[in-house]
Design a protein around this ligand. Structure first.
Ligand SMILES: Nc1ncnc2c1ncn2[C@@H]1O[C@H](COP(=O)(O)OP(=O)(O)O)[C@@H](O)[C@H]1O
Ligand SMILES: [Mg+2]
Length: 252
């Protein structure tokens, strides 16, 4: 590693995310607008108002959607073009676990991702059980997902993603609507994740310990840098808007 004076690097480096003039349009509407970023990411928070492009960015970064204009490299590869590397290296956790879970039981759900990685049935089952054990949830293996609470379903999704041992997990507002104890427990599991985390939230309280912050506004980068600088500016702006009456505006 070369000597650098950049202040946005976490102490232990992290995974490289490079965007160069990246834009995403859907049906002629610009959703992400000319994003350029060169970051080493260990714990990156992404904040922004509803509709600012956070979920779209999560889909682009995980390779689910192609940004046809500009360049993108996550850990040195383009996640849309190199689907194998993306499946292995990048996990995505949606806000709504019901959009993620497809199997009836917890074990089947966790096994599925590992089978996708090419593991044999036997190895996938062994690794899935090892992941459940690491979370102290072996007794959940035959539980029907439909019988679980919202927080428990989130944990199933997190276990399924973590079992695949990605180097990056992207979390798209995973804690919205969860109660405080559930949030705290999931945050504790996440803090033990050895890889990199990109955590999207409109609520800075969810992002304690995230040393870098990306603020999106209208599909553009409003700010990127140390959380200690970006978050106060973001909050001041949000409160200022909140003191006005912009939610009554219909055209935007
Ligand atoms: N598939 C889509 N088709 C059309 N418009 C979309 C689509 N996905 C997102 N958008 C629009 O893109 C903008 C950003 O959305 P999104 O990425 O979901 O923002 P956020 O997650 O910050 O709330 C919004 O105006 C939204 O309506
Ligand atoms: Mg969103």
């Amino acid at each position: 590693m070369n000597s650098t004076t950049r202040t946005d690097l976490p102490a232990d480096g992290g995974l490289s995310i490079k965007l160069h003039e990246l834009s995403l349009s859907i049906e002629g509407k610009t959703i992400l607008d000319n994003l350029t970023l060169d970051a080493q990411v260990k714990r990156l928070g992404v904040v922004g108002r509803n509709g600012s492009g956070k979920s779209s960015l999560s889909r682009v970064l995980s390779g689910l959607v192609e940004a046809k204009s500009g360049e993108l490299l996550v850990d040195g590869f383009n996640p849309f073009k190199d689907r194998k590397a993306a499946l292995r290296g990048i996990g995505l956790l949606f806000q709504n676990p019901d959009h993620q879970i497809i199997f009836p039981t917890v074990l089947e759900e966790v096994v599925f991702g590992l089978r996708q990685l090419g593991q044999s049935k036997q190895l996938a089952k062994q690794n899935a059980l090892a992941t459940l054990a690491a979370f102290g949830k072996e007794h959940w293996q035959d539980a029907h997902v439909a019988s679980l609470s919202g927080g428990q379903k989130h944990l199933v999704c997190l276990m399924a993603v973590m079992a695949m041992q990605p180097s990056l997990i992207i979390l798209d507002e995973p804690f919205a609507g969860l109660d405080i104890p559930t949030k705290k427990q999931l945050t504790r599991y996440l803090s033990q994740f050895p890889g990199s985390l990109i955590h999207i939230s409109h609520d800075p309280d969810d992002l304690a310990g995230y040393e870098q912050m990306l603020w999106l506004e209208g599909g553009k980068i409003a700010a990127f840098g140390a959380s200690s600088e970006v978050l106060p500016a973001y909050l001041a702006r949000m409160h200022k808007i909140g003191d006005g009456d912009d939610i009554s505006q219909l055209a935007g």
